[in-house]
Design a protein around this ligand. Structure first.
Ligand code: ADP
Ligand code: MG
Length: 357
């Protein structure tokens, strides 16, 4: 069986703004009905990749194709309105002088015929805004504006939908709702969707696959659980969880660290680093790791404990369930979940420091 052909394909795409390099060679395929999250810190090139896909910017090198047709390479350039791409921007970019219905109808046939009107009504119903059709954007909340922007982008049934930080202007509770609604609408539309975000929770919640970017390149790509469980380097690991880094020594595929021994497949013998999720620790009667508690901070569902352990000069911060009673000055017996410990070559951290903007 063949994998379905990609609807949106980037092949070795590079881009520079004058002398500022923003993309260093990005290749990525997105299939129909798939949501790919482009995740990464500010300035890593996420918006640039969306802008070249939409045709708002012409890449310096490489090829972009949509539904099997080259839309931009060294020779061809298809203008944005001819690419069949829907766009949702961070600020929603609604037309302030048009009401909700006219905003949604904007990308449809004009003058608006019966079909366009029916599509608009149907889209507004799908985003739960049928009753607001004749309100103007300034009369809507942030979440409602986001839904109008989404309805407008989806109304022409684009093969590709590009969303740039669509949730970042929403507060936490609303953000969770909008994430779920957006995901449902994207899935229903069957479009190939690329969603840009700097928030790992957004990416985890919404994406079928995450492409984690750093400094103009995709560092790792995979299903959320793949990336979370098998980060290729400390940068990827730290993007999704808080970690403490400990010195380690590797011999015969095993790392010896101040908190125990852990598998270290693929690591050369010698000095290494063990990155430990703060949540990898638990209090256990038969725990192998004694720790003296220096300080405790309440965080809601969890509490942060600053601990000292034998063989380590610095204080470690770990996260424990809030229900445990922990007092400064006492000694805990801890267990460490090996699934939360990642051993990397010592040089990886040097590489990562260099790669940071
Ligand atoms: P992100 O969306 O991941 O925050 P961008 O794609 O916006 O990143 O930017 C990538 C890099 O390109 C950044 O260093 C940014 O400063 C630079 N950049 C973006 N747009 C322009 C522009 N119009 N002119 C010059 N440099 C730009
Ligand atoms: Mg951006």
């Amino acid at each position: 069986m063949h994998a379905p052909a990609p609807v949106l394909a980037f092949e070795n795409v590079r881009h520079a703004y004058r002398d500022k390099i923003a993309l260093r060679g990005v290749s990525l395929d997105v299939r129909a009905g798939e949501i790919v999250a482009l995740l990464g810190p500010s300035g890593c090139g996420k918006s640039t990749l969306l802008r070249v896909a939409a045709g708002l910017e012409r890449q310096s090198a490489g090829r972009i194709s949509i539904a099997g047709r080259t839309v931009a390479d060294a020779r061809a350039f298809v203008t944005p309105e001819k690419r069949g791409v829907g766009l949702v921007f961070q600020d929603y970019a609604l037309f302030p002088h048009l009401d909700v219905a006219a905003n949604v109808a904007f990308g449809l046939a004009r003058p608006a015929g019966e079909t366009a009107r029916a599509t608009t009504t149907q889209m507004l119903r799908r985003v739960g805004l049928a009753a607001r059709a004749h309100d103007y954007p300034h009369m809507l909340s942030g979440g409602e504006q986001q839904r109008v922007a989404l309805a407008r982008a989806l109304a022409p049934q684009p093969a590709v939908l590009l969303l740039d930080e669509p949730f970042s202007n929403l507060d936490q509770g609303l953000r969770r709702d909008m994430r779920n609604q957006t995901m449902a609408l994207l899935k229903e539309s069957g479009a190939a969707a690329v969603l840009v975000t700097h928030d790992p929770d957004d990416a985890m919640a919404v994406a079928d696959r995450i492409a984690l970017m750093r400094d103009g390149l995709i560092v790792q790509m995979g299903a959320p659980a793949d990336i979370y469980d098998r980060p290729v380097d400390p940068f990827v690991l730290r993007f999704f969880s808080e970690v403490e880094t400990l010195p380690a020594t590797v011999a015969h595929g095993e790392a010896t660290t101040p908190i125990g021994r852990f598998p270290a497949r693929g690591c050369a013998d010698g000095a290494a680093q063990a990155c430990v999720r703060k949540t990898a620790f638990s209090i256990a009667r038969d725990g192998a790791l004694p720790a003296s508690v220096r300080a405790v901070r309440f965080l809601g569902e969890r509490q942060a404990a600053r601990i000292e352990i034998a063989g380590l000069k610095s204080v470690l911060e770990i996260a424990l369930p809030a229900r445990e009673t922990i007092r400064p000055g006492t000694t805990l017996s801890l267990a460490v979940d090996p699934a939360g410990v990642f051993v990397f070559p010592a040089a990886a951290s040097l590489h990562e420091e260099r790669a940071r903007p």
